[in-house]
Design a protein around this ligand. Structure first.
Ligand SMILES: Nc1ncnc2c1ncn2[C@@H]1O[C@H](COP(=O)(O)OP(=O)(O)O)[C@@H](O)[C@H]1O
Ligand SMILES: [Mg+2]
Length: 253
């Protein structure tokens, strides 16, 4: 029976990739259906492998990637882990050789406010091989290092791409998306000021390009910035982002 997606064979305008790679495995179909139910967006490109593995392990692996620095990758990994930890067991794998997430966890431990989730340093080898019993893993990645980024992408079920709404930052989203091949990806707008023209333009362009975007976005916040390396007591808008991700996880059970 053909998959009920009219756009399944038409190429994506920007990447030239097929929107959805139809797959015969029912577990994969379930996952495709769940993603589409949640995001209704055909640019989510499904690679069969992670879904087949997920049917066995049930760990959702989320890689946080963007070839641009300073777009809140580490902040997103840490706050999403804190938000998800409320309902699931979460872990951060710190694949950035700069070790920002690891240092964040160390500082919290030294201040006797240990984070409610583990942060493990990761490299290409451990990204490929590390086993986990966590429900969800957030991989924090560096802006460069193609080997690390490829390993993180391969291991991930879904990639979250944090970006600012400015034209310069948005320009980096396209090559980041292109590098992902058929991996499902969702953009998260960060440091947002909703009243700006650039915010509205970014939402419009992403929609026009059929890119999946979280409904929730992360507001620009001096308070959030001042909380770097601190225990994430307040979740800002990351609670809403986690809810959207959780729905995705439920859909894959
Ligand atoms: N929503 C936000 N509003 C304001 N500043 C933020 C926000 N999110 C992150 N920042 C700050 O932006 C800087 C870069 O964030 P970081 O998570 O380290 O980015 P990356 O890992 O992509 O390089 C940090 O100083 C961080 O505290
Ligand atoms: Mg970082």
């Amino acid at each position: 029976m053909p998959l009920p997606y009219p756009d399944a064979s038409s190429p994506h305008r920007h990447t030239g990739m097929p929107y959805i790679r139809p797959h015969g495995n029912p577990a994969v179909r379930l996952y495709v259906d769940a993603v589409i139910r949640q995001y209704g967006n055909p640019v989510i490109r499904i690679d069969g492998k992670p879904s087949i593995r997920k049917a066995v392990s049930m760990t959702l692996i989320v890689s946080i990637q963007n070839s641009k620095g300073g777009v809140a990758k580490t902040t997103t990994a840490m706050y999403l882990a804190a938000a998800l930890e409320k309902n699931y067991s979460a872990e951060v794998w710190d694949a950035d050789p700069q070790g920002t997430a690891t240092e964040w966890a160390e500082i919290c431990a030294e201040l006797e406010t240990p984070l409610p989730f583990q942060v493990h340093a990761a490299n290409v080898a451990t990204l490929r091989k590390r086993r986990t019993t966590a429900d969800v893993v957030l991989i924090d990645t560096p802006p460069g290092s193609p080997d690390i980024l490829n390993a993180a992408t391969e291991r991930a079920d879904v990639v979250v791409i944090p970006t600012l709404a400015g034209a310069i930052e948005l320009a980096r989203v396209w090559p980041t998306l292109d590098a992902l091949g058929s991996k499902p990806a969702i953009v998260l707008l960060t440091k947002v000021n909703r009243r700006t023209l650039s915010y509205r333009a970014a939402r419009r362009v992403l929609e026009e390009e059929d890119v999946a975007v979280f409904d929730a976005d992360i507001k620009s916040s001096e308070v959030l910035a001042s909380q770097a390396n601190a225990y994430p007591k307040k979740l800002f808008q990351y609670g809403d982002v986690a809810l959207e991700l959780m729905d995705l996880m439920k859909g894959t059970e």
